[in-house]
Ligand binder design. Structure first.
Ligand code: SME
Length: 163
């Protein structure tokens, strides 16, 4: 089992996701503890891409509750009906927000966050958790991030929520 990740800084973002995914699989596939794997995925994404904030919220009843993350202290819990995270959880699809100030109901855990992407993990017809990535740059996320982050969430879904 590899307990480190290495991705060259010279690559494009899409290439970085492609290099990172198999390394994340090696890091997480044999570990049954979900929180441990989410913690390492957060750390890997933060270190490879330098995003402002990377982390997970668990769906707990009608609320989203903070899980493992990397970055500044964040909102601990909020209703699943609120925010970009809530939109992704309830729509059961990725929500990409180029300008958080233009998203009605955006929850500003940090005033430095300018753009955001949230990917839900859906299993057996329900959203179990969301992966939230914030940037301090406007319009910082594109299709390569959506594809790369959705692949990571699909991998975590297979490891922890299959069957
Ligand atoms: N901005 C998110 C809240 C979580 S923080 O960004 C860490 C939202 O609107 O759901």
């Amino acid at each position: 089992m590899s307990e480190s990740v290495y991705v060259s800084e010279c690559l494009s973002r899409a290439e970085k996701y492609a290099e990172l995914l198999p390394q994340l699989y090696s890091l997480t596939a044999d570990e049954p503890e979900l929180v441990a794997n989410l913690a390492n995925v957060s750390a890997a994404l933060k270190s490879v891409f330098g995003f402002f904030w990377v982390g997970f919220y668990f769906v707990k009843g009608e609320e989203l509750v903070l899980g493992p993350f990397q970055g500044p202290v964040a909102c601990t819990r909020f209703p699943v009906s609120k925010g970009v995270c809530g939109a992704a959880a309830t729509r059961m699809e990725t929500v990409l927000v180029p300008d958080v100030d233009a998203f009605p109901g955006h929850i500003a855990c940090s005033s430095e966050s300018r753009s955001e992407i949230v990917v839900p993990l859906v299993a057996a017809g329900a959203t179990r958790l969301v992966l939230d990535v914030d940037s301090d740059l406007l319009d910082d996320f594109g299709p390569e991030d959506q594809q790369g982050l959705e692949a990571i969430i699909a991998m975590l879904g297979k490891i922890h929520f299959a069957g």
